[in-house]
Design a protein around this ligand. Structure first.
Ligand SMILES: [Zn+2]
Length: 425
């Protein structure tokens, strides 16, 4: 049976909504249960091992954010109450491990990746369930284990480095809280970091649809100091001692700037509310990365830095897929053309009803020719998700496709609005 995202969403709403009524008494939304785990395996198989449970402060979400009304992510975490089996919390997310699984290296060897997912802190005993979406689009359990709040032996006391509120108000439970962390800035470069963080924030907040959502967004920046200025650039043999160990050339793609030190990043981020974490890297070289409900990362000093960051937050915050296809990305067959991808802005046309069909004018052909006649309209244009054939995008150009685009397409704008509104419930 073909997966139907619309039906899946309905099912989630119908089955899980009553639990919302109870979530308030059973979860502490001010503090996080931080689940540190390792994903390991090869291109076909994976195992999850939970390494540690931590209590982490300044989480600051609200009961309205316990169960999203959308169903994104290749993985998800669920908290299920032990006694009545009520589902108290669901969060979808993606991992660097799944990206690595599509690289040629994964055909030859095994690797392990450090992952973290945070949930509100349970006040009662729960089952923690980690699930993986299969090739048919359905979730299956990777690991389910019992968790008792009394078993916690570590509460994080995050280091507080110089911090600045760049935009917004102090009501973390009703705002989308973006936290920008400095990477590769020395102590002497603290002011440079705050200037860079303000610069990218201004550009983010002036980009539609964020410009209309400004009142719902708070942005804070924290100047985590690094021993060395810059980042690791393996192709030029440039190495440095930085707070979060970021590096270019991730998975063999030079411009793919990432950090594999996820646990360190979540250690630092615990100093502030953090619906989404942004790592700003002190380098002029072009690059970045964004993984859904993980973190977004970009270089600060390139002329395109703000555009790259806005693109990466599209992945990290709103679950948007890449609308480009290019030979220099090292993923092979990242999407199964027989299944509808869960990303809101790309389609294989397997279940287009669940996507943006309602936004398309009757006179617009499907697929839509990528010519001047359809330049500024919402259609179904072939080429997206790293593949020139079989995957389609909503517009000829979009911020999720290229830096030359004027901004986001209508489908991406709607998806971002949905994500921001979710965090302000
Ligand atoms: Zn788009």
């Amino acid at each position: 049976m073909k997966p139907n995202n619309f039906l899946l969403t309905l099912l989630i709403l119908v089955v899980f909504s009553p639990s919302l009524l109870f979530a308030q008494d059973r979860l502490n939304f001010e503090e996080a249960l931080r689940i540190d785990f390792v994903l390991s395996g090869n291109h076909q198989e994976q195992t999850v091992t939970i390494v540690n449970y931590l209590k982490s402060p300044n989480y600051q979400c609200s009961p309205g954010q316990a169960i999203p009304n959308y169903d994104y992510g290749s993985y998800r975490v669920l908290l299920i109450e032990k006694e009545k089996l009520d589902t108290l919390f669901i969060k979808g997310f993606c991992t660097l491990f799944e990206e690595w699984q599509s690289t040629p290296e994964a055909n030859k060897k095994e690797r392990a990746f450090r992952q973290t997912v945070e949930t509100p802190f349970p006040l009662k005993e729960v089952f923690v369930k980690l699930e993986l979406r299969d090739s048919m689009g359905m979730f299956r359990t990777l690991r389910s284990e019992f968790f008792s709040p009394s078993s916690i032996i570590q509460k994080l006391s995050p280091e507080r480095f110089p911090s600045k509120k760049i935009h917004g108000i102090e009501d973390p439970s009703r705002q989308l809280d973006l936290l920008i962390l400095a990477e590769g800035y020395t102590k002497d470069e603290t002011e440079t970091f705050f200037e860079d963080a303000e610069n990218v924030s201004l550009q983010l907040l002036s980009t539609p649809p964020y410009d209309q959502l400004k009142d719902k967004i708070t942005i804070r920046a924290m100047a985590v100091p690094s021993g060395d200025s810059g980042t690791n650039n393996p192709q030029k043999e440039e190495w440095g001692n930085t707070a979060m160990g970021s590096s270019f050339n991730t998975f063999g793609t030079d411009r793919y700037l990432e950090s594999l030190y996820t646990w360190k990043i979540f250690d630092y981020s615990a100093a502030h509310p953090r619906d989404h974490i942004i790592v700003l890297v002190n380098t002029k070289k072009y690059g970045g990365g964004g993984v859904y409900n993980h973190f977004s990362i970009t270089s600060a000093g390139h002329p395109y830095s703000a555009k790259v960051l806005i693109h990466e937050i599209g992945h990290g915050l709103a679950g948007l897929g890449d609308e480009y296809y290019s030979p220099d990305v090292s993923y092979s067959d990242f999407f199964d053309l027989k299944t509808e991808p869960w990303h809101p802005n790309i389609t294989t046309l397997v279940d287009f009803e669940s996507k943006w069909k309602n936004l398309i004018d009757e006179s617009t052909p499907i697929p839509t020719p990528a010519n001047n006649k359809y330049k500024n309209i919402t259609g179904v244009f072939e080429g997206a998700g790293y593949s020139a054939k079989g995957i389609y995008r909503p517009a000829i150009n979009c911020r999720m496709k290229s830096n030359e685009a004027d901004g986001f397409c209508e489908v991406c704008k709607l998806s971002i609005k949905k994500a921001v509104n979710f965090y302000t419930k």
